[in-house]
Design a protein around this ligand. Structure first.
Ligand code: 4AZ
Length: 305
């Protein structure tokens, strides 16, 4: 149960699995190995379980040599979890693969009645160029689940899940990113990466190529300062970028990943949400803070699987 390469579910979920066999944790065991403290039991009187679902995620791309605003073109397999979400045949948002059946994106990409309709969406994975997508078959979407507390005015809780009709086949160009475990331990200015087919300048058009750029995280207290976003940043958001601007996510990057490499594994710490303009001074990008949504995410995937 060492979940280094897997994603965490929550403690104390009510067990509705119908399981008849459990592992119980013997706290008084003197053994240091966690698995040796587990004893087999045919009952769980508390009905409160720890649920883990394992997925190999966040692997470092095997073949890298190496817009967004101020970024560079990505190479095949560099960001294998990045997907393009087409609404009625047009790229509208980015997303991240988290399991073969689930894509994480922004609520504002899917939050109107029109946008919530799963039939209007197609997901493209493992393709770098927009012009190549129209010749390929996208993966149809079965279910669209925006966060129920998403606020379109403040952009708070800007996170959503798409369930695919058919599971993705993973390969060198199509792989999931890891969801963050609590206590991931990020530095205040942790180097992170953003990617997407968004505009390469403010009010520009969607980019033909997938672009990416490195941006440092910015602490919420700093991002909420008067000079920056003056208390518009909630605990459900995180900021990343440069105070001098120049590098940033932009329109069309929304829903796409903000990832960081920690201990040799890539973790999804944000999904692109909003910002004033693109790459302006004192206007960093704002991302939904994926870590705080872990319980909601695991629950949605569990009850809708
Ligand atoms: C957008 O409109 C958008 N500079 C996304 C990100 C940013 C601004 C706008 C951040 O989807």
């Amino acid at each position: 149960m060492g979940y280094r390469n897997s994603f965490y579910s929550t403690q104390g979920v009510v067990d509705d699995s119908g399981a008849t066999s459990f592992m119980k944790l013997n706290r008084s065991s003197s053994s240091t190995n966690f698995y040796k403290k587990l004893t087999l039991s045919d009952a769980c009187s508390s009905r409160s379980v720890v649920s883990l679902r394992c997925v190999e995620c966040g692997a470092h791309p095997t073949a890298t040599h190496n817009r967004i605003v101020g970024g560079t073109a990505a190479t095949q397999g560099q960001w294998p979890w990045q997907v393009s979400l087409h609404f009625q045949g047009v790229h509208l948002c980015g997303g991240s693969i988290i399991t073969p059946r689930w894509i994480l994106t922004a609520a504002h990409c899917v939050a109107t009645i029109h946008l919530r309709n799963a039939q209007n969406w197609m997901v493209f994975a493992g393709i770098l160029r927009q012009s190549l997508m129209i010749h390929k078959e996208g993966i149809p979407v079965e279910k669209v689940i925006p966060h129920p507390s998403y606020n379109s005015k403040t952009k708070n809780n800007d996170i959503a899940l798409l369930k695919l009709q058919t599971p993705l086949a993973f390969n060198d160009s199509v792989k999931p990113v890891c969801l963050p475990n609590p206590g991931l331990g990020l530095d205040p200015n942790q180097q992170s990466w953003i990617s997407g087919w968004g505009a390469t300048y403010f009010r520009g058009k969607t980019s033909e190529e997938l672009n990416s750029a490195s941006v440092p995280l910015i602490e919420n207290s700093r991002c909420n300062s008067k000079l920056l976003y003056h208390n518009l940043i909630t605990p459900e958001m995180i900021c990343a970028g440069f105070l001098q601007g120049r590098v940033d996510a932009c329109q069309g990057d929304s829903g796409g990943p903000l990832v960081t490499d920690k201990n040799g594994i890539w973790w999804l710490i944000g999904d692109t949400s909003w910002g004033y303009g693109c790459a302006d001074t004192f206007r960093p990008g704002v991302y939904a803070n994926v870590t705080v949504f872990m319980d909601w995410l695991s629950r949605q995937m569990r009850v809708n699987s």
